[in-house]
Design a protein around this ligand. Structure first.
Ligand code: UD1
Ligand code: CA
Length: 505
């Protein structure tokens, strides 16, 4: 586009949001409303973008600059209408040639390609003013596009200024207008505010251009819903649902299987490969990327995560985590920032991870906390292991080498290292480094105190069950009901012999 300026209006207060936060900063699909608009605007490759701010200008300006550092910000002190807002924008610019497109900061469904086609038609037709419009079932509240008997656009008449006859018109101004910059600059001072709202209407420029004998016209789009704004939270939710419906539909068209679009939420910046499958109740948020053949869900929330090809993630809450190809996660796993699971690895049920690099094929299958850790490839961490990373003051790291086998119910008191091929016994509290290939055990030998239940728990079902089992063992008969566990004898030899602890699951 030749010398294109885009003006984004965002000075209005948005009081109907009833919020501390400015209207255009409210989010849907993982971005602010104005973030969606600025993203759509980028498709036109504008020369410059000017945002007009008013209410909470500091917050809005900071937000805009975080996204678009080059954005010119113009302040509208008095909210005297859309014409007044554009005047402020034009005053902030050094030059006044080319095309100016005016958009609003609260229309999150706006598509870049719509703007591109609109601006291209405006320039090709050499118009002073072009209106992006459409025909709607209920035009209430919109400016109506008024045409003469020849069908030529004459004016935009606002709802409050319209005659009953004009109110019947269902062809509306979306609010997005394109101007010849020279005309715009020259004509803005001619706006008047002798209208129902006492404001300077930008839309009056259609009439002014006509009066000057210049070309004006409307570019009608079927999907004018994409220019809808959200004024309150109910509208925000409705637009959010519609945005999601559009995003989910687009991904399905691009080869993603979505079992239940209604319970699948995908943010605007998420990227999915072909043959990804998403099961019900799944939210893919932020900058999440999923590679081909991965199956996500049911019931996952993944924010800013990277999921490898063919990975399987079930009922998992994850943030800033990287899951390798073919790896499995869940159900009920909690992946906190800095989690990195290697290819073919496993993070299983009721496992929480944070700042944890888990190697290829390594497994943390059950009931564990892995914080500030590195686990080498092929290693298996036993059920119920806690990486005790916090000494009450500072966090420390634990390193477990390759192909290690650590047993159930271990505690690794960081900082500590467990070498390649090392092992631990069940219930071990590892406080000192374990050399490669060594076995670490820290639990004492098991003691058997015969007759304890009879003496210390006399008269209880526990004592009765024990007595019955002992009597049955003496007579060689089976007791009436089998006790849940047989009294175990001390294993011979190495006290860690039975401490395999590796659940192998
Ligand atoms: C405007 C149009 C109307 C169109 C409708 C589409 C005018 C006069 N009317 O009406 O034809 O059908 O949008 O939604 O242009 N703003 C400022 N500063 C101001 C006033 C408004 O920045 O002084 C911003 C608002 O924050 C908002 C946008 O401009 O983002 C539109 O303003 P609003 O008052 O909502 O205009 P409408 O009455 O809806
Ligand atoms: Ca409006």
């Amino acid at each position: 586009m030749n010398n294109l300026t885009v003006v984004v209006l965002a000075a209005g207060g948005g009081t109907r949001m009833k919020s501390k936060r400015m209207k255009v900063l409210h989010e849907l699909g993982g971005r602010s409303m104005i973030g969606h608009v600025l993203s759509a605007v980028q498709a036109m490759e504008p020369h410059r973008v000017v945002a007009v701010v008013g209410h909470q200008r500091d917050e809005v300006t900071a937000h805009i600059h975080a996204m678009l550092p080059d954005c010119v910000v113009a302040v509208q002190d008095t909210l005297d209408g859309t014409g007044g807002a554009v005047r402020v924008a034009m005053e902030a610019l050094p030059t006044t040639s080319g095309t100016v497109v005016v958009a609003y900061g609260d229309t999150p469904l706006l598509q870049g390609e719509t703007l591109v086609r609109f601006a291209a038609e405006h320039e090709a037709a050499q118009r002073a003013v072009s209106i992006l419009g459409g025909v709607v079932a209920d035009p209430f509240g919109y400016g109506r596009i008024i045409r003469n008997v020849d069908g030529e656009v004459q004016a935009i008449v606002e709802e409050k200024d319209a005659t009953p006859e004009q109110r019947e018109v269902r062809e509306i101004n979306s609010g997005i207008l394109a101007f010849d910059a020279a005309f715009l600059s020259a004509a803005l001072p001619r706006l008047t505010n002798d209208n129902a709202k006492g404001e300077f209407y930008l839309t009056q420029l259609v009439q002014i251009a006509r009066d000057d004998g210049l070309h004006v016209g409307a570019h009608l789009v079927d999907d004018v819903q994409q220019t809808e704004g959200a004024n309150d939270r109910a509208q925000l939710a409705a637009l959010g649902a519609e945005l999601n419906r559009r995003i989910v539909t687009r991904w399905m068209r691009d080869g993603v299987t979505v079992m239940d679009p209604a319970t699948t939420w995908i943010d605007a910046d998420v990227v999915l490969a072909e043959d990804v499958t998403i099961l019900p109740g799944t939210q893919l948020l932020g900058a999440t990327v999923v590679a081909e053949d991965a199956v996500i869900g049911p019931d996952c929330t993944l924010k800013d995560c990277e999921i490898g090809a063919g990975a399987r993630v079930v009922r998992t809450h994850g943030e800033l985590a990287v899951i390798g190809g073919g790896a499995t996660v869940g159900p009920w796993s909690y992946l906190r920032p800095g989690t990195q699971l290697g290819a073919g690895g496993k993070i299983g049920a009721f496992v929480e991870t944070k700042n944890a690099v888990i190697g290829d094929g390594a497994k943390v299958p059950h009931l564990s906390y892995v914080g500030d850790a590195e686990i080498g490839e092929g290693t298996n961490i036993g059920a119920g292991t806690v990486f005790a990373n916090y000494d009450g003051v500072q966090k420390h790291r634990t390193t477990v080498g390759k192909h290690a086998r650590t047993a159930s119910n271990n505690t690794f008191v960081a900082p500590v290292e467990i070498g390649d091929g090392a092992a631990t016994g069940a219930g071990t509290v590892v406080r000192r480094n374990v050399p490669p290939g060594a076995l670490a055990v820290s639990t004492g030998p098991q003691r058997i105190i015969e007759g304890w239940a009879a003496r210390r728990r006399a008269g209880t079902p526990q004592a009765e069950a024990a007595a019955a089992a002992l009597a049955a063992a003496e007579t060689g008969a089976q007791p009436e009901s089998q006790p849940e566990s047989q009294p175990a004898g001390e294993p011979a030899g190495d006290p860690a012999r039975r401490d395999d602890g590796d659940t192998g699951g």
